[in-house]
Design a protein around this ligand. Sequence first.
Ligand code: C2E
Ligand code: MG
Ligand code: MG
Ligand code: MG
Length: 289
Amino acid sequence: DKASRQRLNHERYVEGQDEQHLRQLALIRDLQEAVNNNELWMAYQPKVDTRTGEVCQFEALMRWRHPTLGFVPPDEFIGLAERSGNIAMLSQWMLGHVCQQIHLWKAQGQHLSVAINLSASDVTDTALPERLNKLFSHYNLTPDQLALEVTESDVMHDVDAATETLLALSQLGLKISVDDYGTGYSSLAQIKRLPVDELKIDKSFVLKLDTQEEDLTIVRSTIEMGHNLDLKIVAEGVENSASAELLSRLHCDYLQGYWIAKPMPADAVTAWLTGFKPLLLPDSSITNE
Ligand code: C2E
Ligand code: MG
Ligand code: MG
Ligand code: MG
């Protein structure tokens, strides 16, 4: 009958919530061990310059293989780490790890640039610039070798502290990119008050660019407005050649996505670069309408 069906639905609902809650508690508990037990690593995904077709940078993306729960996506554990006060530990590990990796690549003759993702609490951590500065001298890195991706909402949450941190970071010579651009609520005018160099158009506008007229309109006007404000533009989520060609014609500066490469472990990067042929993209200066 209806009443028992409703009760069942209700129970299933609560049960699902409990499972979810238990999983979250387990993940939060185990995050602390993940670093010590070598369960974390960084994957690297290339970005290509549309003018040259060459790789210009890699983005470092965190990975966690939990001993019993298996692969846990960063969209799940980064948020949990933020809310449970574990994010500083993860960020600290990540920063040291990435700087060391850039140093190792350099020792192998590869001068690579890597973009890292900052979390909300990193953006307002006014001690971050000095910590990075120390890592730079320790690993003998130049500022062009590290770039930062921050999200609009993380910055706008505490805009004064964020501005202070970002200013100090940009004075160190680091380039700053606004990640997931278009998903937040701030205007370009607000963003432009911050020391940012680049907009990274969120993949939700890029994934179906080749078939969705609205996405194309949004992306086109974002590129135009961004360029008028002296910002470089990156598109994430480029999954096919049609989208890559469209973006190149629209003068998008950099492309990133599965069409070029999926994120890969550090030890696959050198071989991948060796096999990489510069992309042949339509020359935007010729095809410009
Ligand atoms: P994000 O920084 O916006 O990174 C882009 C995400 O899109 C990555 O997911 C990447 O693997 C995925 N992606 C790239 N190209 C394509 C494509 O062509 N198609 C599709 N469908 N997806 C694509 P991932 O690695 O799962 O990371 C998710 C988010 O987790 C990141 O979004 C970032 O916000 C966060 N994150 C990852 N690593 C770190 C980290 O070290 N620190 C912090 N604070 N956050 C991180
Ligand atoms: Mg990012
Ligand atoms: Mg993004
Ligand atoms: Mg994103």
